[in-house]
Design a protein around this ligand. Structure first.
Ligand SMILES: Cc1ncc(COP(=O)(O)O)c(C=O)c1O
Length: 398
């Protein structure tokens, strides 16, 4: 089925206020202001593919929303998607459905480590990584990324030291990386793989952003390294970011190792999380089966937004630094030339610029003086937000 021109009109403003949107309707409680233009939480201001909306509407017509069956076609759609988009051959049995990536990470941490164990993360990184470890009585072990003029790389020397410490049992990888936008290369991931094999550390690879990768870059599934697959890994994926269906709470894990899968499934069962969301399953399956052309169009639009953002920052926000992300719809803005302290920057963005971005500090201490901007919005909205920042900076620089 072809795509209609309206579903590919990413410039079209779709009002989200009043739809129960966390991003738009919660700005008062999150930022303490109803005036901010929100470019924070990682969802998009675009309608999902038409096929997804149509399938949901058609199913909603049937007025019974009771327990739904475990869905074979869901697993098949995942197998086909992962093969087509990521060139990874998996078996249906490896898939474990879950209500979200963060809950899946937590389940895996509980299943594959003990209280008191160290879990390595690479900050600045997605805030729930910290809480998933700390709130489950494990120890956060930081292997901070190295910034080379804003281009982030893995500090392999430090990583090896952390992996060599036998107290550290898991590496929680963000692949591609939120917030720095790196799509880790095959070479980088092979180095990580080799080190983790050497020190027998399992890898939890959060690949929720894996479909959102720009020209010149290619996502590598961590577990696809090694022969035939890296069995010391769990891969977390979802259609939620890719197709803007995060509100339907559906994700999945791919766990090639039978023993590890058994341990994680025991946790899933213990919490009685086997149920799935009727609409989430339908939307995921439909998006994977029918949403590919829409996604290819979306990626062109998003990459252009990334270019517009970078050009705006370079020409109109002197002192602010940004590197074009290789993937994700998030960019990491460095305001340290103006603000060293997070509180001052956060206050400036809300009170002076009137934009709602994510505070860099929430991504770890390395994020002081930074803010994360979500550019998955209409270009006019993005330019309006950047113009607000430009005006506010002019006021303080005179
Ligand atoms: C790296 C990463 N993992 C997980 C999530 C959220 O996953 P979920 O909503 O499925 O728990 C996000 C959302 O921004 C993310 O960026």
């Amino acid at each position: 089925m072809g795509n209609s021109s309206t579903e590919l009109d990413f410039d079209k403003i779709i009002t989200r206020q009043g739809t129960g949107s966390r991003k738009w309707d919660d700005i008062g409680s999150v930022f303490g202001s109803e005036e901010v233009l929100p470019l924070w939480i990682a969802d998009m201001d675009f309608a999902s593919p038409g096929a997804v909306a149509a399938k949901i509407a058609a199913r909603a017509e049937h007025p019974l929303y009771a327990y739904n069956a475990q869905n074979e076609t869901f697993n098949q759609a995942i197998v086909d998607w992962v093969r087509r988009r990521h060139h990874w051959n998996i078996e249906k049995d490896w898939i474990v459905q879950a209500p979200g990536v963060v809950p899946s990470i937590i389940l895996s941490i509980i299943a594959l480590s003990e209280p008191g164990d160290g879990i390595i993360i690479q900050p600045p990184v997605y805030p729930p990584f910290f809480a998933s470890i700390k709130d489950n009585n494990r120890i956060i072990v930081e292997n901070p990324l190295l910034s080379k003029n804003g281009y982030y790389e893995i500090d392999f020397e430090d990583l090896e030291q952390k992996l060599a410490d036998t107290k550290n049992k898991l590496l929680l990888l963000c692949n591609p990386h939120n917030p720095v936008g790196r799509v880790w290369s095959r070479e980088e991931l092979t180095k990580v793989y080799t080190l983790c094999q050497k020190y027998k550390v399992d890898v939890l690879s959060d690949e929720i952003h894996s479909d959102l990768v720009y020209r010149g870059h290619k996502h590598t599934v961590f577990a696809s390294l090694g022969t035939p697959v890296c069995k010391q890994s769990v891969t977390f994926m979802a259609a939620s970011k890719t197709f803007n269906i995060a509100g339907l709470n559906t994700s999945f894990m791919i766990i090639p190792c039978q023993r590890r899968r058994g341990l994680i499934e025991t946790e899933v069962n213990r919490l009685h999380l086997r149920r799935n969301n009727l609409f989430g399953v339908l939307a995921t399956e439909t998006a994977y089966q029918e949403g590919e052309a829409w996604l290819d169009n979306l990626l062109v639009y998003l990459e252009k937004n990334a270019d517009v953002l970078v050009q705006f920052v370079e020409t109109k926000l002197p002192g602010v630094k940004v590197v074009k992300p290789e993937g994700t719809f998030l960019a990491w803005l460095d305001f340290r030339a103006y603000f060293k302290e997070a509180e001052k920057l956060d206050r400036f963005l809300v009170e002076e610029a009137k934009v709602g971005l994510n505070s860099g500090k929430s991504f770890g201490s390395q994020g002081e003086g930074f803010a994360r901007i979500n550019f998955a919005t209409q270009r006019s909205v993005l330019v309006e937000a950047l113009t607000r920042i430009e005006r506010a900076l002019k006021k303080i620089t005179g």
